[in-house]
Design a protein around this ligand. Structure first.
Ligand SMILES: *[C@@H]1O[C@H](CO)[C@@H](O)[C@H](O)[C@H]1NC(C)=O
Ligand SMILES: *[C@@H]1O[C@H](CO)[C@@H](O)[C@H](O)[C@H]1NC(C)=O
Ligand SMILES: *[C@@H]1O[C@H](CO)[C@@H](O)[C@H](O)[C@H]1NC(C)=O
Length: 366
């Protein structure tokens, strides 16, 4: 009995100390009844059934008129223009919603947390707000809080608009990179899951059939090319129809990229090839890689910390025939008026999100 009193006091103390998580949190214990300071019994959570989150009863609900609630399933269709209120049960809840709403820092969106639930309100939603809305329980241990991956609830909400069968996009032309090692998506999601959608090539004008294996359609994402090849390159668009006139999506330029993901491919060159004291030296570190992967360069060199050098970093896209696109990222280190301390090993470390590669070159005095 005494132990329980101590435990409760300790818990209370932890919660009082815990500025970062404003409300009392349930710890992540699973499969054991616990008693909270109020003496209330906390329901046993079901043991994990890891499958990405959606399982059991969703805590994500929509508030309907007259205080009725609708538990949201994997997809929900709503009417644009009518304010949306979602709730998620729990005293500490995180949310995600279409990135579009953050990009434009939209004041139509508001989120409020109260003791028992969190509320997300989106006023005057439109077709562009179509997308996944998700909430999850945040669990805290002391001041460290994290997403409880077993309690994530998501619903893809369609704001069906007959004038915008495709989710409107801020751009009119999009580039889709095709890689041999992973599926590519032609992102033309719709606002009405009942729409009939097809994929078309501009020149030569033809439909690319989605037969459920090599090309599939997912109304929340668009067309998925399971194993992209050079043949898929070109300018494509999607066409959607429910009743009446078909609608056309924006255009997509599909480009084939050969370089598979991995640490950067780096080469290092010195110019001129032989250097004497007093010469100027350029050392160039070059990475060939995927178009949208940023590379960072770090240099180590003999005169480090002793003499000023000049480093210039740049990148550009090159088309290597047949539409293969590669990004060349370069960092050039220039050492002017070479002195004795400048001879030795020059090392370039190139880093991308998949790893890093180090290359060195020895600069010897002639
Ligand atoms: C977003 O809007 C809010 C209020 O309108 C403002 O305080 C905030 O600085 C804005 N943030 C960005 C990143 O623009
Ligand atoms: C789908 O099309 C691809 C290529 O066009 C073909 O190889 C595949 O057998 C087709 N699958 C079905 C189920 O028809
Ligand atoms: C070093 O690079 C700069 C700028 O790219 C160039 O103007 C210069 O001629 C190069 N010097 C040598 C020695 O290659």
């Amino acid at each position: 009995m005494k132990l329980w009193v101590l435990f409760c006091l300790a818990l209370l103390w932890v919660e009082l100390q815990n500025g970062a998580c404003q409300q009392p949190k349930r710890r992540k214990d699973v499969g054991e009844n616990r008693i909270r300071p109020g003496g209330k019994r906390v329901k046993v959570r079901h043991p994990k059934l890891k499958d990405g989150g959606v399982k059991g009863q969703s805590l994500l609900t929509q508030v309907l008129d007259k205080g009725r609630f609708l538990r949201l399933g994997q997809t929900t269709t709503m009417t644009p223009g009518k304010n949306m209120e979602l709730r998620c049960k729990g005293s500490n809840i995180g949310w995600s919603y279409p990135a579009y709403l953050d990009t434009f820092n939209d004041s139509r969106l508001s989120i409020k947390q109260s003791d028992k639930y969190s509320q997300l309100i989106l006023t005057s939603p439109s077709a562009a707000d179509t997308g996944p809305y998700s909430c999850w329980v945040i669990v805290c241990d002391g001041t460290e809080c994290e997403k409880d991956h077993d309690h994530v609830y998501v619903s893809h909400i369609y704001f069906t608009d007959k004038d915008n069968l495709f989710v409107p996009s801020a751009i009119h032309f999009e580039i889709v990179y095709l890689r041999p090692d992973r599926p590519a998506v032609v992102p033309c999601p719709v606002t009405n899951p009942q729409a009939k959608v097809s994929l078309h090539r501009e020149v030569p004008a033809e439909e690319i059939p989605a037969n459920g294996t090599t090309v599939t359609y997912d109304p929340t994402k668009g067309f998925i090319l399971q194993s992209p090849s050079l043949d898929h390159q070109g300018v494509l668009y999607c066409k959607a129809v429910t009743r009446g006139t078909p609608q056309i999506s924006i255009k997509y330029q599909l480009l084939y990229v050969e370089v598979p993901s991995g640490p950067p491919f780096v080469s290092l060159e010195a110019s001129p090839e032989s250097v004497r004291g007093g010469d100027n030296l350029n050392v160039t570190c070059t990475v060939l890689g995927e178009p949208e992967v940023d590379i960072s360069f770090i240099w180590f060199y003999p005169g480090q910390d002793h003499r000023p050098v000049h480093v210039q970093t740049s990148w550009r896209l090159i088309n290597r025939g047949l539409g293969h696109t590669t990004r060349i990222s370069q960092s050039v280190m220039t050492v002017e008026d070479m002195e004795t301390i400048d001879f030795g090993n020059y090392m370039c470390k190139a880093k991308n999100p998949h790893g890093e590669t180090i290359v060195t070159i020895d600069i010897i005095s002639k």
